[in-house]
Design a protein around this ligand. Sequence first.
Ligand code: NAD
Ligand code: ZN
Length: 360
Amino acid sequence: MDEIISTLCELEASSYHLVTDKTVGRLHAPTVFDRLVGEAPTRLWVVEDGESAKSVSTVEQLAHDMVRAGIDRGGVIVAVGGGVIGNLAGLTAALLFRGVRLVHVPTTLIAAADSVASLKQAVNLPLGKNLLGCYHKPTAVLIDLGFLQTLPAAQIRSGMYEIIKNALTVATENIPLLESGLNPNAIYSDSEFAVIVKAGLLAKQKVMLVDKCERRQALAFEYGHTVGHAIELAANGRVPHGEAVGLGMIVAAKVASRLGRLKEADLELHYRLLRLNGLTFRLPAGVSVATVMALLRTDNKRGYVSARPEQVAMILLEGLGAPAGPVDRPLILVEASLIQSCIKECLVDIEDVSYDENRL
Ligand SMILES: NC(=O)c1ccc[n+]([C@@H]2O[C@H](COP(=O)([O-])OP(=O)(O)OC[C@H]3O[C@@H](n4cnc5c(N)ncnc54)[C@H](O)[C@@H]3O)[C@@H](O)[C@H]2O)c1
Ligand SMILES: [Zn+2]
């Protein structure tokens, strides 16, 4: 915390604008605010929790409040929260005066180990996730691992799914660490979190160094997100982002296996890692396969490759750490009917499928 405050002060902002949500606004943001307010003009802006706040109207409200409070081009916007707050503060920082400085102080595992390393800032439209956004580079990312200890287990698992995803797609060297370290109860010490966050960030860095806008090789980070985003949207806030991605990964692995691209052993590793992180392989209650299929049409990877209406562009693996397709465009067109049958096979009927537990 001392370093967070001193690093923020070194930026010599004309004013600091902390953005947080209600939960972090109770737990951690006041600690940062109380320490900073004695040093420089500081405001704390609190938005509603959750994905539904990730809208253009919240960005407009934040920008409005900050301008009214006197922010100028020398101001610094500080995201104190999870990935939603990172995106909201990030997009506001990108747009205000066509760009003011942004600092991330992540408080969820997903934000600390994954999203802060991305330049992508976006909000949702009712028609789909992350459809409205741009790129904006943070000036600093300052992590206090102690913040992660107040996360509910579901949120820790959610972040862990992204780390599993990065290990399966681009950082296979992290697989042994995950196999030995993951636990379904999601109880981790600060030092375990340190190892995990570092592994997550290094995995991200590997690819971001060659593709900082995540439009080529780094599309691999979207593994599991095609079906995952559709499930997340359909569940309307009831399924954490990472869990939806976990479900999406298992569908993607099944699709790859049905296309003869992924070996059985690699599919089993997907099941094993996801199960170690507590995945139950079920569509959330009230979410039908038909709804998920309809939402797949709004996937924001559409247009990278020309597809027929009945095709969906997906990230698939040909092996561990080996995304299928051209290295700078790892997308494969998949028939919607195949995705539909894989969702049914993996996520709906899983309890009926005689999957050999011992083999996993
Ligand atoms: N920019 C990117 O490239 C990128 C990458 C990954 C994810 N994301 C985005 O991030 C979002 C998901 O991130 P998230 O899971 O962090 O969501 P989130 O920000 O909604 O946080 C999840 C919940 O945890 C609570 N919370 C946050 N910190 C806490 C703490 N320390 N203790 C207790 N509760 C705490 C929040 O109040 C919230 O209710 C999605 O919108 C996703 O699209 C963006
Ligand atoms: Zn994600």
